[in-house]
Write a protein that binds this ligand. Structure first.
Ligand SMILES: NC(=O)c1ccc[n+]([C@@H]2O[C@H](COP(=O)([O-])OP(=O)(O)OC[C@H]3O[C@@H](n4cnc5c(N)ncnc54)[C@H](O)[C@@H]3O)[C@@H](O)[C@H]2O)c1
Length: 333
């Protein structure tokens, strides 16, 4: 029996609630209880079918609840997550895992000591386009991988609890490492801009360096009036290039042109071919549902999920160092 307690039914928690309700209807979970300190909000979302509470301790004291899903403001992830683990629950925490490396380390060691699952909401690991790209990387389809870049732009009121690095950049720092099968880049550098609030960056530009001269770039912004909501990842390789539009869950774009250089005497001559852009259909899946199903699978099998706590801790570590020093290097910890 898997019972789930969802804490936080705000902007993003509503999407968790919708997926959990469907998973309850589909028999993937057996019990569901919602919690939010805002009673009006949680009551409305729960409707007549789902029990709710305004006190998260009710969920921790409920023996029929085995998994706690935390979708509350990021500075509450650590205290709520730790209390839930100590209460004997498996825990899903939205990203960022915590707001500091110290907290992340303590949360991870609590999960290890309690022998509980701790998972982080690195949702893009579950995006169907990313799953396709990961397979293509593993098959060597790109030839020599040159670089990756992400444009994650929005025109929205900036958050007040964290800047774009903890809110958005955390995804790229995690995802590029995941795609390349490494724990860290050799170097991550960041520049940022704060325009509306002190100490909250509304814009950041990230550069990551990996082995074999592969680089990763990302632009993160909440102040992008011309792009509104744009979230794309492009991977450029010597034999193939791919673009994933994160807003689309059923297709990716493939460019079959060649971008390489050839030796001519003592010179390297760049060669860039014509190429076709094709749209490839992929099976449509909602990343959030895939992610929550992985949490349930971990509860049942005791195996680590794809977005495990260690990846959550490394991502926080990279964001924290980039914000503090402007760069992160794994050997300078
Ligand atoms: N993975 C993603 O793509 C994604 C997207 C958006 C937000 N998030 C993450 O989700 C989290 C929540 O963000 P949001 O935008 O939904 O925030 P929000 O402020 O809209 O919602 C948070 C909710 O938590 C409730 N809450 C706070 N403390 C509580 C407590 N102790 N007990 C019960 N309820 C409590 C609030 O009343 C509110 O309803 C953040 O950590 C954010 O980083 C992730």
């Amino acid at each position: 029996m898997v019972g789930i307690g969802l804490i936080g039914t705000g902007y993003w928690g509503k999407n968790h609630a919708r997926n959990w309700k469907r998973m309850l209807d589909d028999g993937i979970i057996d019990k569901l209880v919602f919690c939010d300190i805002d009673e009006k909000r949680v009551k409305e979302l729960a409707g007549d079918e789902i029990p709710y509470t305004t006190n998260y301790k009710d969920l921790l004291n409920d023996d029929e609840i085995s998994g706690i899903d935390i979708v509350t403001p990021s500075n509450t992830h650590f205290p709520l997550g730790k209390e839930a683990l100590i209460a004997g629950k498996d825990v899903f925490v939205e990203k960022p895992l915590t707001m500091s490396t110290k907290e992340a380390e303590e949360l991870v060691s609590t999960a290890e000591n309690c022998k509980k699952i701790l998972m982080v909401g690195h949702i893009f690991r579950y995006h169907p386009g990313i799953l396709e790209v990961k397979k293509m990387i593993e098959k060597g389809d790109f030839g020599r991988m040159h670089y990756m870049y992400t444009t994650r732009m929005a025109y929205s009121t900036p958050r007040r609890d964290m800047g774009v690095m903890y809110a958005l950049g955390v995804h790229e720092l995690d995802l590029y490492c995941y795609l390349l099968g490494v724990q860290y880049p050799n170097l991550a550098k960041m520049t940022k801009g704060s325009f509306l609030q002190p100490n909250i960056e509304e814009f950041a530009s990230i550069l990551m360096e990996f082995d074999n001269n592969i680089s990763g770039y990302a632009t993160e912004s909440w102040m992008s009036p011309f792009d509104k909501k744009m979230r794309t990842l492009t991977i450029v390789g010597s034999r193939k290039s791919v673009k994933v539009d994160y807003m689309k869950h059923n297709e990716i774009y493939v460019f079959d042109g060649i971008m390489e250089s050839r030796q001519d005497g003592n010179q390297r001559i760049p060669f860039v071919s014509e190429g076709e852009i094709r749209t490839i259909s992929i099976p449509e899946k909602e990343p959030l549902r895939e992610e929550l199903c992985d949490f349930v699978n971990s509860i049942n099998t005791r195996k680590q999920p794809l977005a495990d706590m260690y990846s959550g801790m490394r991502a926080v570590e990279m964001v924290e160092k980039c914000l503090r020093d402007g760069f992160f290097r794994p050997d300078e910890n």
